[in-house]
Design a binder for this molecule. Structure first.
Ligand code: ZN
Length: 332
């Protein structure tokens, strides 16, 4: 199936079928999401979560050039004008977003965005930047990958982390996404003990995350900053008052840092299972005007709910990006 999709997306790109599809997609807003950009080096390896890496730098540049030529790349300000002030809806609109505040966003992506004059919104979990902490998904991957043990026992279950590290990583990440926050508070420390691996040190953490200075520089070059909550805990695992605290705190910290109003939020992890009935209401009460989910799909301009805008994960290659732009649910 994977091979067929690859072949199909390549065919769509090479055949030029996308020119016709682009005509049919005039009334859409597609929002692409990136987490990390890989360096071009084939030797590149990470001690952290492989799953959050997207295209390498060269492939990202090819994607940007195609998007710039064939779509209308919108800014956050333009999106606000269309959704709140009745400005005409641009045709073939695409918005680029980045989540989680990784250092490679600044080192690899930002210079290309600047060079090509392309806007983006960067969603920042403020606690991670402020207190120099890696997200729970990266810490889990780090502990499992660094462990010298062949298997571990965790909460009554055995995991063969030597042969199947990815399965174990995914299992622990799933616990963080679905269990109430109170029950997972000590999970990373427990995992560190059973894996017999110390938590990542400050130098390793600093090499992965942007600094406040990096973020100020992004903002001063026209990039929008949005919040990704304070701690990046999954909102559905929190009570409504805790969700509010997460949103208000991160909004205030970001606004103080960049000296600009923060209008946008991306809900952490962000599928419908990761928010609850209160989330959109709380986001509105906190003063957010745009809210981004991770529900894959296309947004039709006339049907957009501003606090529930769909985003699609950007694939690693250009032809796959083009196919995903038209058929996100099939090619993601
Ligand atoms: Zn995130």
């Amino acid at each position: 199936m994977k091979g067929k999709k690859q072949a199909l997306s390549r065919l769509m790109y090479v055949s030029g079928l996308w020119v016709f599809l682009n005509y049919l997609s005039r009334g859409n807003l597609a929002v692409f999401n990136y987490h990390r950009i890989r360096p071009d080096s084939l030797e590149f390896r990470t001690a952290f979560d492989d799953a959050v890496f997207g295209p390498n730098r060269s492939e990202f540049k090819r994607q940007l050039i195609w998007l710039k030529r064939n779509t209308h790349l919108v800014t956050e300000a333009e999106l606000l004008e269309v959704l709140y002030e009745g400005k005409a809806m641009p045709r073939n609109a695409v918005l680029i977003t980045f989540d989680d505040g990784y250092r490679d966003n600044f080192d690899l992506a930002f210079p290309l965005l600047k060079e090509l004059n392309i806007p983006a919104i960067f969603f920042i979990p403020t606690l991670l930047i402020d207190e120099r902490q890696l997200g729970w998904w990266d810490t889990i991957a780090y502990l499992v990958k660094k462990s010298k043990k062949s298997s571990i026992r965790f909460r009554g279950r055995n995991f063969d982390i030597e042969s199947h590290p990815r399965e174990a990583i995914r299992f622990f990440q799933e616990i963080m996404k679905s269990e109430k926050a109170g029950s997972t508070e000590c999970m990373l420390e427990e995992l560190s003990q059973v894996c017999e691996v110390e938590m990542p040190g400050i130098e390793e953490i600093n090499s992965e995350l942007m600094t406040w200075d990096n973020l100020r520089e992004l903002a001063s070059h026209g990039m929008a900053l949005g919040t990704h909550t304070h701690s990046h805990r999954v909102l559905s695992t929190l009570e409504p008052n805790e969700q509010k605290e997460e949103m208000i705190k991160s909004k205030r910290i970001l606004e103080e840092t960049i000296g600009k109003k923060v209008n946008s939020i991306a809900y952490p992890v962000g599928n419908y299972a990761h928010i609850d009935l209160h989330t959109h209401k709380v986001a509105k009460e906190c003063g957010f005007r745009l809210g981004f989910s991770f529900n894959t799909g296309i947004n039709r301009w006339e049907k957009i709910t501003p606090l529930d805008i769909r985003r699609t994960s950007a694939p690693n290659t250009l032809h796959r990006l083009v196919a995903t732009y038209f058929f996100p649910k099939i090619f993601t």
